[in-house]
Write a protein of this length. Structure first.
Length: 301
């Protein structure tokens, strides 16, 4: 068995993704390899999407997801779109079914190149998000940061979209908050026994939101698909918007949007947006040592 495997550096709205082909192998990308790859500016990433042989009948692959600190992630919407684009280019197919630790994901690439991912049903039960305290209504939980009489952020909506999320509603520009300072404190707050993704969301119309996210295990991120889904669902759940919205991802470079629908007929969340291939190479899934494939990049130009 070769020591190295193929990988692609991709992005979803700037969310930095490494798609690693682990098919036909019994091993996994190790946490040590993830940390080493993230330490290199050229391979720095938000999530690794490792494609493994399918484990369940009717699925095309099992996706193992790692954060940049080497920890496991249950879901990554932007990364899933990258996987779809990579496999569609390889196979010519448009529709795929993936298994993750969070469940089954169905995805399709459209003719315009955008990709829709069925992220499944959101979870609102406090003990399944999970939260450390019981809340009968998780659309507004008791949590704040800053002075008691004038908190900077407070009363987030909490839910799981395969991973825990807290959505803080703000009235000002989401980029005006010091999320780099507040993010680590909130991610690791005792309220979240499995840590949480922290999102600032501003309602800009009955059909649109602007968001910015501190991602669990990754930090400040240019975009987070499951956070966008969580913001959209929480906005509809609290009566701030309808069930179909455009998410303007403030930190994406260049600024970009996702279309999110919390489907009424079955409660599933459908996320639609782009993915982009940047370059490819080979890496050692044990150590993170890597090399770049300049030949494919030359062909693409």
């Amino acid at each position: 068995m070769s020591a190295t495997v193929e990988f692609a550096r991709m992005n979803g709205l700037g969310n930095k993704i490494l798609v690693v082909d682990m098919r036909g192998r019994p091993d996994k990308v190790t946490p040590a390899a993830a940390v080493a790859l993230n330490a290199d500016p050229q391979t720095e990433f938000d999530q690794i999407m490792a494609i493994h042989d399918p484990k369940a009948d009717g699925t095309d692959a099992f996706i193992d997801i790692l954060n940049s600190d080497g920890s496991k992630a249950q879901a990554c919407g932007n990364g899933t779109r990258c996987v779809v684009q990579a496999l569609a280019a390889e196979t010519g197919r448009k529709a795929f079914t993936f298994q993750t630790v969070a469940g089954i994901l169905n995805a399709v690439e459209h003719e315009d190149g955008t990709i829709s991912v069925d992220m499944g049903r959101p979870v609102f039960d406090w003990d399944k998000i999970p939260l450390a305290e019981e809340f009968h209504d998780t659309s507004r939980i008791e949590l704040q940061i800053g002075p008691i009489d004038n908190p900077v952020l407070h009363s987030p909506s909490a839910m799981s979209m395969g991973n825990p999320h807290a959505i803080f509603w703000v009235d000002k520009d989401v980029m005006s908050y010091d999320l780099a300072r507040f993010g680590p404190l909130l991610e690791n707050h005792p309220m979240f026994p499995e840590r949480a993704n922290i999102t600032l969301a501003q309602v800009t119309s009955p059909t649109s939101l602007t968001t910015r996210t501190w991602e669990r295990g990754a930090g400040l991120t240019l975009a987070c698909g499951s956070a966008a889904c969580s913001a959209a669902v929480s906005a509809a759940r609290t009566g701030r918007t309808g069930r179909k919205v455009t998410i303007n991802v403030a930190s994406a470079k260049p600024p970009a949007t996702l279309s999110i629908e919390w489907r009424e007929r079955d409660g599933h969340v459908i996320m639609t947006g782009p993915a982009e291939w940047e370059w490819s190479g080979r890496l050692d899934p044990s150590t993170g040592l890597w090399s770049r494939d300049d030949s494919r990049e030359a062909e693409a130009q």
